[in-house]
Write a protein that binds this ligand. Structure first.
Ligand code: NAI
Length: 254
């Protein structure tokens, strides 16, 4: 059964940062299935190469560029290379993220800076570059991958929750500013998803606590983020901006 036209992403070009694994890969594959050309901007070339093959199986154009999103001077050249190779970027998914799990008493400056630089600062600078390009054309979509810790506190994740809380506020502020340029900016909050990042929580007592706390009674899978991403990347969401979409098996409501 064909999807309604409003979800069709043919003629779109999507950047997915950290799109070679975990949630980023799940979203990149979903956007490709809906017809978008995909640019993966990520660090590990071997993983990018494997994901590219899976994306190309959907019959769309795809490229991978090696990028560390914390290297600010590299962001614009990478963005411009994507536009040279695939055409104007219409969708940006800010997915790359890191977490440091450590007591506030033991944090050092590097732990703090690395998380804020990856999860928050890079999103601002890459979104700025994308918005400058989108504003010259007919608009675009920016999708930020936030977290339950954008709203909730938890021990040992001070920098992560600060970065993800900031990310939601950044989403709202730039959504307002860009709304009349037909650029929609939204965030997705994944619940607990089976990826490398959550490997330490996939077994043991913390695992059981997560399962108990999640109304759906399980972890989510990376591909389960694709539906929300397609919605927020497509014309179906043209009147949706500054919103936070929870894909979390109900975790946030308990
Ligand atoms: P993951 O560890 O599998 O993927 C993170 C990706 O970001 C990797 O591809 C990694 O290489 C990339 N990355 C990290 N630093 C980078 C840098 N400096 N430059 C370029 N790429 C970089 O983890 P996962 O779970 O797929 O995370 C994706 C996003 O989802 C992250 O922003 C994370 O905070 C968020 N998230 C994940 C949840 C989960 O349960 N897995 C829950 C809520 C949010």
């Amino acid at each position: 059964m064909a999807a309604p036209k409003m979800f069709d992403l043919v003629d779109n070009v999507a950047i997915v940062t950290g799109g070679n694994g975990g949630i980023g890969r799940g979203i990149a594959l979903g956007l490709a299935e809906a017809g978008a050309s995909i640019a993966i901007l990520a660090r590990n070339e071997e993983k990018s190469c494997a994901t590219l093959k899976e994306i190309e199986a959907h019959g769309v154009k795809a490229i991978a560029l090696k990028l560390d999103v914390t290297r600010r001077d590299d962001l614009r050249p990478a963005f411009e290379e994507v536009e040279r190779k695939l055409g104007p970027v219409t969708i940006l998914v800010n997915n790359a993220g890191v977490a440091v799990s450590k007591s506030v008493l033991k944090y050092n400056a590097d732990d703090w800076d690395r998380v804020i630089e990856t999860n928050l600062n890079s999103v601002f600078f890459l979104s700025q570059i994308a918005a400058q390009s989108m504003a010259q054309r007919s608009g675009g979509k920016i999708i930020n991958i936030a977290s339950e810790y954008s709203r909730l506190g938890s021990p040992s994740v001070a920098s992560y929750s600060a970065s993800k809380g900031g990310l939601v506020q950044l989403t709202k502020s730039i959504a307002i500013e860009l709304a009349r340029k037909n650029i929609q900016v939204n965030a997705i909050v994944p619940g607990w998803i089976t990826t490398e990042m959550t490997a330490p929580a996939q077994s043991g007592p913390f695992h059981d606590e997560i399962i108990m706390r999640t109304p759906a009674g399980r972890f989510g899978e990376p591909e389960e983020l694709a539906g929300a991403a397609i919605f927020l990347a497509s014309h179906a969401s043209d009147f949706v901006t500054g919103s936070v979409v929870y894909v979390d098996g109900g975790y946030a409501i308990r």
